[in-house]
Design a protein around this ligand. Structure first.
Ligand code: DGY
Length: 325
């Protein structure tokens, strides 16, 4: 019986069809074709002998996975812009290129960041609860007041692709000032008139503080008690980056004690956030289940770009677009 000479790819989850359709032509595709996270032992089984791995941010791709895959592994491509789940230095050592999916989810994630910002600043969680539990009395001039974006100072930690897209949205809401902090100045800051400031300055002067940077070993727990203590008591904190940026106990204390006014989180640590998390008891904390890029368009484009990255790495004759780290 003739063997199939096409390279092999393993896909670690059920993903939008676009990517799989592209791969099927050129690869022997095997897949954890389910909506739940692949168990570690199934991941080890699946990667054995493949040429390419199509993975997600929920998969820990470490030395063990690379060893189990074997030396023929040509690429690891994640259907995400974040890649902290992949042992990049181990991949570099082995000359395995890592693909990711920047750009195609920028607008969706910026949109969700704005949704959280607007929802928390205008206290939508409390307002909806008031409707549902009957504590909505009558229209009241001094009830349920929030802080609008008009005239506000917004601090963006990480003015990368997503931070910049959020800044562009903010301008149309009439914010008076955008400040940002990060490892280095952004070449795009001028487009949105954003000022590069120290992290401390940003904390002290911003009405809204947005976590838009990627998670690294250096900024784990960046938003801790010390940071929350520097914020205004009217400050709203929004995080759509990674939960690891935040010390959640410290955030809880800051919100509970009124040290800051509110928080909107699309990302937590761990995920899913346990339903008994104290954060969920707070009316001034809105938590979403990591849906920043969850639009049909963005997820389909992420699936397609991941497949195109794989094709480009495995078929040198095919110069489809490559988004490599
Ligand atoms: C990513 O891609 O890293 C986001 O967190 C999910 O789309």
């Amino acid at each position: 019986m003739a063997t199939d000479a096409r390279p092999k790819v393993f896909v670690t989850r059920r993903v939008p069809a676009r990517g799989i359709d592209l791969l099927k032509d050129k690869f022997v595709v095997s897949q954890w074709d389910r909506e739940d996270r692949i168990p570690p032992e199934e991941l080890l089984r699946g990667v054995k002998g493949v040429d390419a791995l199509f993975c997600l941010l929920t998969d820990k791709i470490d030395k063990d996975v690379l060893d189990e895959a074997g030396p023929q592994l040509k690429t690891i491509c994640t259907m995400s812009v974040g890649y902290e789940h992949i042992d990049i230095s181990e991949c570099k050592k082995r000359n395995i290129p890592v693909g990711f999916t920047p750009d195609v989810l920028t607008n969706a994630t910026a949109e969700l960041t704005m949704s959280l910002l607007l929802a928390t600043s205008r206290r939508l969680k409390e307002a909806m609860t008031a409707v549902e539990d009957g504590s909505w009395g009558t229209w009241n001039p001094i009830w349920m007041l929030g802080h609008g974006l008009d005239g506000a100072t917004v601090g963006i930690v990480g003015l990368g692709r997503i931070g910049l897209a959020v800044a562009k949205c903010l301008l149309s809401f009439g914010v008076s000032r955008i400040v940002y902090s990060g490892n280095s100045q952004s070449k795009n800051a001028q487009e949105v008139n954003a000022e590069f400031v120290s992290f401390d300055y940003l904390l002290e002067h911003s009405d809204f503080i947005l976590g838009c940077c990627s998670l690294t070993a250096n900024n784990m727990g960046l938003f801790n008690a010390e940071a929350f203590n520097k914020m205004k008591t009217s400050a709203i904190f929004v995080n759509t980056s990674r939960g690891g940026l935040v010390n959640q106990d410290d955030l809880y204390n800051a919100l509970k004690s009124g040290k800051i006014a509110g928080a909107g989180l699309d990302v937590t640590n761990p995920e899913p956030l346990p339903t008994d998390s104290p954060l969920l008891t707070l009316s001034n904390c809105l938590v979403l289940p990591h849906i920043g890029s969850a639009t049909e368009k963005a997820r389909s484009a992420m699936s397609e770009l991941t497949a195109r990255n794989i094709i480009a790495y495995c078929h040198t004759d095919d110069d489809t677009c490559v988004k490599q780290l």
